[in-house]
Design a protein around this ligand. Structure first.
Ligand code: TYD
Length: 407
């Protein structure tokens, strides 16, 4: 028995994905000996509704000077963050006197550069120095530190309180959510707004996209769990907007309690979550069974193709693929290499299963029989880009929501 990270109630894991390495821990062959593993096991708290990991590696093991995740690798994500910035500027910052925007986990500046361009006072907080340096080189103000109450105090002292605190795919990474919420409350003006978006629990359960579960995602949020967790710190969920990113995300808008009216969207989404059974432990037992079926089907398909001598190459060395490969036992004997456009991943091996990651050109120059779509969240962008692969007889393998070959 362990205690819920939010409300301290006793909770139990409902499944285990087994021993897992760091999802973005791409490595060289001489680093294999010291590779770090932990048990990836999720639990659900039926008291506060929070879906969470039992164990999470030390943050310094995940976010450091060699962090391999650069947000700007997808053109769709660049457009998404431009739209996100406009949504904030138009909806929440118009008519404000010299507004100040803070982004937690600002990565390579994919969102903040839009605020910089529009002349807004801004500050990014990004502990991974290599990605933060990319943002700095473009003139985006960035601090390389982990956000907490102390840092919030220092920011307020130096810049004043923020009109808006923004985060994308960050809050769910931070195990001490209660302390982050305290820090945000202190950083925000009394009429300020917190806006964040994260992979959405409802989508993950509906699509059996269990690959959202990996070391960085210590929580997978729903409107119900977000509303309860932040209410404890004086912040109220006032609106929600579903997003297509990361295979199904939710944008949450929160303000100091009682400062703005609550949109009907919030109540409607919470009712939908009840209908979907997101509050019931049985739902997660069914989810576990669906994960097991998905694993069996994917492994069988790949074994079959191997026996037939078909070439299979992975597409996109995503963080998510670390869970899939390690949970299903997929290695270089099944997948020849994974093609990825991120330079720091190329020439490395994937965490745990050690599949080589190679430049995209190797995929286009010598197309395989099958491409296993690990970056399924970018399917629209990728299918549009890879028409010639399909036209040349190449087939796609997807595994969300079901294992399927696209002929
Ligand atoms: P991402 O969608 O951020 O997933 P995760 O959060 O699970 O890491 O990662 C996409 C990965 O796929 C990234 O390494 C870049 C790569 N990629 C390509 O190689 N080609 C493409 O066309 C796209 C869109 C992504």
């Amino acid at each position: 028995m362990i205690n819920c990270r939010i409300c301290n109630t006793n909770i139990e894991q409902f499944m285990s994905f087994g021993k897992m390495p760091i999802a973005n821990g791409f490595l060289t062959s001489d680093q294999i000996q010291n590779e770090y593993f932990f048990e990836l096991a999720p639990a659900f708290c039926s008291n506060c509704g929070m879906f969470q990991l039992i164990e999470q590696p030390d943050p310094q093991k995940m976010f450091h000077e060699n962090y391999a995740f650069f947000s700007s690798t997808s053109s769709y994500m660049q457009i998404h963050f431009k739209n996100f910035a406009e949504f904030v500027m138009k909806g929440f910052l118009e008519n404000r006197q010299d507004p100040f925007v803070v982004e937690l986990g600002s990565n390579d500046g994919i969102m903040l550069h839009n605020f910089k361009k529009a002349g807004f006072r801004h500050l990014g907080i990004e502990p991974s120095v290599n990605v933060a340096n990319v943002a700095r080189s473009e003139g985006i103000e960035t601090l390389s530190e982990f956000f907490n109450l102390e840092l919030a105090d220092q920011i307020v002292e130096r810049h004043g309180q923020a009109d808006s605190v923004l985060c994308a795919n960050v809050i769910c990474h931070i195990p001490d959510l209660n302390s982050i919420a305290k820090g945000i409350k202190c950083l925000l003006k009394t009429d300020g707004v917190l806006i964040f978006e994260e992979p959405y629990l409802g989508d993950m359960v509906m699509k059996t996209s269990y690959d959202q579960i990996y070391d960085e995602h210590v929580f997978i949020f729903s409107a119900t769990s977000v509303s309860r967790a932040f209410a404890n710190h004086g912040l109220e969920l006032i609106d929600v907007f579903p997003q297509k990113t990361h295979g199904g995300s939710m944008r949450y808008i929160l303000t100091p309690i009682g400062t703005r009216s609550v949109s009907h969207n919030v109540g409607e989404l919470m009712q939908k979550e009840q209908k979907q059974g997101l509050h019931k432990i049985e739902t997660y037992d069914q989810f576990r069974q669906k994960c097991e079926t998905s694993r069996k089907n994917l492994k069988e398909l790949l074994e079959n193709l191997k026996q037939k001598g078909q070439r299979v190459v992975g597409y996109g060395a995503t963080s998510k693929s670390t869970t899939v490969n390690n949970y299903c036992g997929i290695g270089p004997e099944h997948v020849e290499f994974i093609s990825d456009t991120t330079p720091v991943k190329q020439g490395k091996l994937t965490p745990g299963m050690h599949i080589p990651v190679k430049p995209y050109e190797l995929f286009t120059n010598n197309p395989p029989d099958y491409a296993l779509l690990f970056a399924w969240n970018h399917a629209t962008e990728i299918f549009a880009k890879e028409k010639s692969f399909k036209a040349g007889g190449g087939k796609w393998i997807t595994f969300v929501p079901q294992v399927k070959v696209i002929e």
